[in-house]
Design a protein around this ligand. Structure first.
Ligand SMILES: [Zn+2]
Length: 309
């Protein structure tokens, strides 16, 4: 359901993305929030991109507490998570470049100072989840954590040579302040331990992140899984010998996520995980894996058929 204020705020944000001339008449009204700088054509790090898709992806939502001191600070079509560790904040993903000011506004609305963000965890080197990282790093001083292959893509601000979507091209602001983390590495901050899980497939650098969020009586395992969507540019074939590592990557990721404790699943595009902003139904991660397995099997069957023609 879309309430009137939500729709009004959405329209305002879209018009502000389209240019300053329409911005004045539709200035977004966000109660209780000190707004940061608006996305701007003059700021290379927040210059709006993908306007058509951004309307849906960046549909504004208020920040929401998930469990314990874990929150969502992103949008209707792109997830951004926030963890309060008691000794600094951790953000997961950065959405599009023009999303950075709204993400930081949501952090402030929860009563936190964006300067307390110590780490930003990255799930994949694609513009829709990493486009905002450079601006977020600049505006908070945080360090981005990514896999080695993920870091390569973030530093380049472009798709890697073995990315199934390579032929789509495109680039996004390069990220400079990155620490590479290994598969299985645990990042400790305050009372929180976050584990990095390599989950290759969608990109070879994809990484998922898991942690325990606690309330006085019990804790829940939260997984911010990377995208498992087997999408590619038209010319790409998952059946080509050069794609073998990608297919193997998907299979390893399925195995890992099937076995991972997962009370609450967050996926980079929330609709890939089910209804709502996150999925806390039993077996959420296994359902997420099952969806990808089906999509990949269909792609392999299709690519096999086309190769045979
Ligand atoms: Zn992607």
């Amino acid at each position: 359901m879309i309430r009137w204020m939500t729709m009004a705020a959405w329209l305002a944000s879209v018009s502000s993305m389209l240019g300053a001339s329409t911005q004045q008449a539709h200035e977004p009204v966000v109660a209780g929030a000190a707004r940061g700088p608006a996305p701007s054509e003059e700021d290379p790090l927040t210059r709006p991109m993908e306007l058509g898709r951004a309307r849906k992806w960046l549909a504004p939502l208020p920040p929401e507490r998930i469990f314990g001191r874990s929150y969502l600070v992103g949008f209707g079509g792109l997830s951004v998570a926030l963890i309060d560790t008691g000794a600094g904040l951790v953000l997961v993903d950065g959405a599009l470049p023009q999303a950075a000011p709204a993400i930081l506004d949501n952090v402030r609305k929860l009563g936190f100072d964006p300067k307390d963000i110590k780490f930003i965890l990255s799930t994949e080197p694609h513009y829709d989840h990493s486009g905002g990282l450079a601006a977020l790093v600049r505006d908070t001083g945080a360090t981005v954590l990514a896999s080695a292959r993920g870091a390569d893509g973030l530093r380049a601000g472009a798709l890697e040579q073995d990315d199934p979507q390579l032929d789509y091209g495109g680039s996004w602001p390069r990220v400079t302040q990155i620490r590479v983390v290994k598969d299985g590495e645990v990042i400790k901050l305050g009372d929180t331990a976050i584990t990095a899980h390599a989950t290759p497939g969608h990109t070879m650098g994809s990484m998922s992140w898991s942690w325990r969020a606690c309330e006085p009586k019990f804790c829940k395992a939260i997984v911010f899984a990377s995208s498992l969507n087997p999408v590619s540019a038209d010319s790409y074939r998952y059946t080509a010998p050069s794609s073998a590592a990608i297919v193997k990557g998907f299979q390893a990721s399925y195995k890992l996520l099937d076995a991972l404790p997962c009370d609450i699943l967050i996926s980079p595009h929330p609709d890939n995980a089910g209804e709502g902003r996150y999925n806390d139904k039993r077996g959420a991660c296994r359902t997420y894996v099952q969806r990808s397995r089906g999509l990949l099997a269909a792609r392999l069957a299709n690519d096999r058929k086309e190769a045979g023609q």
